[in-house]
Ligand binder design. Structure first.
Ligand code: UT7
Length: 352
């Protein structure tokens, strides 16, 4: 069989309209804009309105991605939704999304892996494409974290935001897509990011409710140490699998959790911070949505191009890590830069 690559032909993001600034948070908990900016780099986050759900945000992002790919929902062979904040514990939000999109009878599933979920989903989709099973796959990373954080806990509530990002991956014989990946898990650190009373281990009751154990709790310092430990090593493994080095990479797209973590990764890789795509100031930590939303923003702003070689790298609950070398589209014949400025992505590039 001819080798099949997974080209990203569509991409789309959705962020809710409502913006919550650090100054707004000063009214809710004992914090300050200065503390949040200095410790995290976050200036604001988007928060879903009362009518919005994980499914509606996902569908909005997915429709944009399908339109870019010029694909109907019925053309899809598979939908993978990376999220841990679906509308219900059951049914899986993937089936709601499939129905709302009108993707009749298309198989759909949720991949629940916190902040690394989108990279796990991307890698999973690639396997279905390269195995020749499916041709058109919708991959969504979506989180409605504002309904899972404890708005009285300053350790967590300042960090997160709501958003959804979607990619359409299509089979092609032209070299592009995922050139290498790495994934890993260390469950010995599972207690460091946990919603203790949101599952079957500790069903919600009056006591767990009063103790607010149904909200996310985090040992930020431990997660910080873990992140700085794994980001460099997982990146090296993905690069090695791709047969590349950091010199072959145009831009690094890290999980957008904390600017200080990104700066630490830059130091570990011996790279200037300018080589990293940074969007954490605008959206805060949107978990599984953070990487696709950052990529959509970077394509719109012209900071990255569809044929750039991107190193995607993430860490999160589990604890887990993941990285991937991704070139969304085949190499273009156009000059990479005009007058020293990266050209923004345009629709015609997709078919170029
Ligand atoms: O996607 C993966 C999800 N998780 C993460 O990405 C989290 C990774 N960790 C982090 O980003 C950082 O550890 C935090 C931003 C969460 C915290 O930064 P830090 O520099 O590690 O602060 P810290 O936990 O060492 O806390 C320093 C102080 C503490 O006070 P004391 O105990 O020293 O008196 C906290 O109580 O800062 C206090 N603090 C705050 N102060 C003002 C914690 N949160 C706040 C706040 N405003 N919002």
């Amino acid at each position: 069989m001819e080798k099949r690559y997974g080209r990203i032909t569509g991409w789309g993001a959705y962020v809710p309209e409502k913006v919550l600034t650090n100054h707004d948070l000063e009214q809710l908990v004992d914090t300050s804009h200065e503390w949040i900016v200095q410790r995290t780099g976050i200036h604001q986050r988007h928060i879903a309105g009362p009518e919005e759900t994980n499914a509606t945000m996902s569908v909005a992002a997915a429709r944009r991605a399908l339109q870019k790919a010029n694909l109907a929902a019925t053309d899809l062979d598979l939908i993978i939704v990376a999220t841990t904040t679906g509308d219900f514990i059951t049914p899986a939000v993937s089936s709601q999304i499939q129905h709302m999109l009108g993707a009749t009878n298309v198989p759909a599933f949720v991949l629940a892996n916190g902040c690394t979920g989108f990279l796990y989903a991307l890698t999973t989709a690639q396997q279905f494409i390269s195995g020749g099973v499916y041709r058109n796959i919708l991959i969504i990373g979506s989180e409605l974290l504002s309904r899972y954080v404890d708005w009285t806990d300053r350790n967590t509530c300042v960090l997160f935001g709501d958003a959804a990002g979607a990619f359409v991956m299509q089979a092609t014989s032209e070299p592009c897509g995922l050139f290498g990946f790495d994934m890993g898990s260390d469950g010995s650190g599972s207690q460091h990011i946990i919603a203790p009373a949101m599952g079957s281990a500790e069903p919600v009751n009056a006591t767990t409710f009063a103790e607010r154990r149904h909200f996310i709790r985090m040992n930020g310092r431990e997660v910080f140490k873990f992140a700085t430990r794994v980001l460099g090593s997982t990146s090296q493994r993905s690069l090695a699998q791709a047969g590349m080095t950091l010199d072959d990479i145009d831009c690094i797209v890290p999980h957008q959790a904390n600017l200080r973590i990104i700066e630490a990764a830059a130091r570990a890789m011996n790279l200037p911070i300018e080589r990293f795509l940074v969007k954490v100031h605008k959206y805060a930590n949107t978990s599984a949505a953070s990487i696709p939303v950052a990529i959509c923003d970077g394509l719109d702003s012209g900071e990255i191009r569809l044929d750039d070689r991107l190193l995607l790298v993430s860490f999160g609950s589990g604890l887990t890590w993941a990285s991937a070398v991704l070139q969304m589209a085949p190499t273009l014949q156009k000059p990479r830069y005009s007058n020293g400025v990266a050209e923004p992505a345009t629709a015609e590039w997709v078919t170029a």
